[in-house]
Each structure stands twice: as C-alpha cells, then as structure tokens.
Design a binder for this molecule. Structure first.
Ligand SMILES: C[S@@+](CC[C@H](N)C(=O)[O-])C[C@H]1O[C@@H](n2cnc3c(N)ncnc32)[C@H](O)[C@@H]1O
Length: 424
C-alpha cells in the first residue's frame, strides 16, 4: 500500500485529494511569546508584519523571508520560542492551572512543555521527559535560554513502567513518536521513508504509551494525546484501544473551526494544511473520571546564601539546582532538576546562565545595557561601563536578564558561555 492509498483509507478520497494538493504549498512558521519577557505590544512594534495565530494567544504567524526570528537577538535572550503553527495548538487547548503537576512524556525539543510553563506563569511543576539523551540536551538549552524555573527534565523510556507514579498528574501531554506523515511538507525525505509497517511499529509504541499515561493520570485529570501523523492507526485507533481497555472518557475539543473531524470515526480533531496554515496534527483530549486532591510541593532550601528564595534547592556533587515547587520524583531519571544555579569552584561560586535568565532586576543587583552593549556582551567582549555596583551583577537589556557577570564598578567582565558567543 502506498501513502496515497493509505491516506484515502484514513480520511476518505475527497479529503486525501485536498490534502495532497496542499502539500505543494510552502510551510508556514510561527512564534510564541515569552510574555514574562516581551509583551504583544512590544513585539508588534518591532515586527509589524506578522499575523496573529487564530487559535493561540500571544502567538504569531510570520514570513521567514521578512523576519529571521531565529537569528534575532530577542531569540537569544529568550523573548520567544519558534514553533510550527499546528504544533502550538496542542498546549493552547489545555486549561493549565498555576498549581498543576504536569507530565510531558515525550517532550523534546520542548514546544508543548514550554507553552505549558508559560501558561502556568512559571508556577506548579512540569516533568518534561524524553527517551533521547541528546534531545534532552536540546530541551535543556531551550529551557535555559527562556529562563524557565518550573521544569524538571528527565531522560527515560516511558514504556518502561518501573516505579512510575500512579494517579499522580493533573495533566499529561503525550505527543507521541509517530510515522511523521503530517510533516511531509517540511521534510520531503520522510515521505520516501513512509511505509505501512512503520505506521504499525509506531502504533504498538503509542498503545503502550497511552495505557501508561492513563495510569499515571489523576482521577479528574486530562490527557492530551497528539501525533503529527495522518494515519488513523496512530490516531483514532489508538484512542479506541484506550477506550476499550479503561474507563477513559473523550472530551470534545471546541472552537477550532479549521479542525477536520473524521466523519467515520469522530474521535479527536485533525489540523491539516488543506484547512489550516500549519502542518498535520492530530489532537485528542481524554478525561479520567473522578476527583483528586490538590498538590503539595516541597520547598527545602539550605543554600539561601546563594539563592535567597523559597525554592526547592538540591546540591548534586558541586552543582546547585533549584525548582520553584519541588517534589520527590520516583521512577524518572533526572537530567536537570529545574534551574541550574551554578557550580562551587575552589574558592567561589560560579553562577549559571540558566539562573541568570530566571531572574528579574528586583531579585538581583542589576545593570541595564544598551543594544550595542548587549550585542558586544553576547559576542564575548568585556563592557566598559561605570556603575555604583561592585561584584556580581545581573546584566539586563530592556530590564530582561542577559547573564550574571562581575564588575569592579568600571569594567564588566564577560561570563557569557563560550559556546553561545556570537555576532548579532
Ligand atoms: C513528536 S516528538 C516530541 C516533540 C515535543 N513534544 C515538542 O513539542 O517539542 C516525539 C519525541 O518522543 C521521544 N520518544 C520516542 N519514544 C519514546 C519513549 N518510549 N519514551 C519517551 N520518549 C520517547 C522522541 O525522542 C521524540 O523526542
């Protein structure tokens, strides 16, 4: 069976034809603002030729030939996250609350978990897990750049049930690994690698993952299942399997007028380039019946000389890590326990960029730089700038964190990580 025949089986002939025709149109790009760092007004003033995303708050669709947002200094400073327009709808549909305990099972490079963190205003707690150690690194870089303080990154295989917590999470995001047909417009190679056997291989993993997800969900909790595949086997059929095995209930997704719902199997919604200006995305919401208790979080900080907040702070070898709301994490292999605060060196403590990015000028003595000085600093230069402060300072641009550096009151030494230094 080839991809087209399979598509007709999944969504019917008429929709399959429309979809195939849309695959020759160019892909669209979108940006999600980190509103702790930039407001919609400020963003629109700088980039007036963007269009508001029709379904995602604080998000815009932009033309890459007009704005190279990935190369802009605002990207480096964590003012926004770039994501595909359909992918960013997934977390926008979830009613995250500030005290939620959230699990993102397949999280890297982080788009869904990052939007969850924004929507929770940096509160609650998110476990963002990925099977791939390298992709945990990408996730970690994004979390650090954006200065997020409520995400614990874990590295493991979520089909492995050893010691996994049961009935634990208010919200679970399962953005499952899949055959990726929804991304054919972006990655042509994937189309030549498509096969029905690949779809079936992924379906087996998705079935395992969704059953485990459901076990870990609190009664009353919400599971968001998504894929970027058009195959019914990986989408509606996986949900039907869960419904057969458990007491799970489907929750209707409303207010997305561009959504396509399969008339022969009306479970969940599909975004498709034939109806919406993004790539393919299947999304389904599942509720576990019942009600659950509120979350309790740990706040143990024996390192108030370094980090003077009511965070949960842990020392691992010579490193300090901090999370706004901590918890004992069982059954997960921790990659990064929240914010990396820094490292004890022989006679001093060296602050990490992640800690710097999580701070505001109210929390640390700070010096604001001009645009030229900021560019100079990000390039690796020391900055000649007098101030009445001495010692460690938070450098800011437009009052948003750049890095923690040291000054003698005249010259600011450069502490920007060597691997990140570049010209803007
Ligand atoms: C579709 S991508 C996730 C994209 C991510 N949610 C985002 O928004 O940026 C699927 C991810 O699942 C991970 N993965 C695959 N099998 C897994 C497993 N058994 N347990 C945990 N993660 C897995 C892959 O490494 C990949 O990063």
């Amino acid at each position: 069976m080839d991809f087209k025949e399979h598509l007709i089986e999944s969504i019917g002939e008429k929709e399959a034809e429309l979809l195939i025709a849309s695959l020759s149109r160019p892909s669209e790009h979108a940006v999600l603002l980190n509103i702790e760092k930039i407001s919609d007004e400020e963003f629109l003033k700088e980039f007036p030729q963007v269009k508001p995303h029709p379904y995602v708050k604080h998000a815009y669709i932009y033309d890459k030939s007009v704005y190279e947002l990935g190369k802009h200094i605002y990207h480096e400073l964590g003012f926004y996250y770039l994501q595909e327009p359909s992918a960013m709808v997934v977390s926008s549909l979830i009613d995250f609350q500030d005290d939620d305990y959230v699990l993102d099972m397949c999280a890297a490079p982080g788009g869904k978990a990052i939007q969850a963190s924004f929507k929770m205003h940096g509160n609650g707690l998110i476990i963002a897990n990925d099977l791939s150690f390298d992709r945990c690194g990408l996730l970690s870089n994004n979390v650090e750049r954006l200065g997020l303080g409520n995400i614990i990154i874990t590295n493991g295989n979520m089909t492995d049930t050893y010691q996994k917590p049961i009935n634990a999470f208010d919200k679970i995001i399962l953005d499952a690994p899949c055959s990726g047909s929804g991304m054919f417009r972006k990655h042509e190679l994937m189309e030549s690698e498509w096969s029905i056997n690949k779809v079936k291989r992924f379906q087996a993993i998705q079935k395992d993952l969704i059953l485990i997800a459901y076990k870990m969900l609190k009664p009353g909790g919400l599971l968001s299942y998504s894929t970027c595949s058009y195959s019914k086997e990986e989408d509606e059929d996986v949900i039907s399997y869960l419904l057969d095995k458990t007491d799970a209930v489907i929750e209707e997704i409303k207010d997305i007028d561009a959504a396509y719902i399969n008339p022969n199997c009306p479970i969940g919604i599909r975004l498709m380039p034939s109806h919406f200006q993004g790539e393919g995305q299947y999304i389904c919401h599942i509720r576990k019946p019942g009600e659950s208790k509120k979350n309790e979080y740990d706040h143990v900080n024996k390192f108030k000389d370094i980090i003077p907040f009511d965070y949960d702070v842990k020392k691992v070898n010579d490193y300090l890590f901090a999370i706004k709301n901590g918890k004992e994490i069982k059954g997960f292999n921790i990659y990064r326990y929240g914010i990396k605060v820094g490292e004890y060196k022989k006679d001093r403590f060296a602050y990490d960029l992640h800690y710097a990015r999580s701070l505001s000028p109210e929390q640390f003595p700070s010096v604001d730089l001009s645009l030229e000085e900021t560019k100079d600093y990000l390039f690796g230069n020391q900055i000649n700038k007098s101030s009445n402060k001495k010692g460690f300072i938070l450098l800011t641009y437009k009052n948003k964190a750049i890095d923690i550096a040291k000054t003698d009151g005249k010259v600011i030494k450069n502490y920007y990580p060597k691997g990140l230094r570049k010209k803007f």
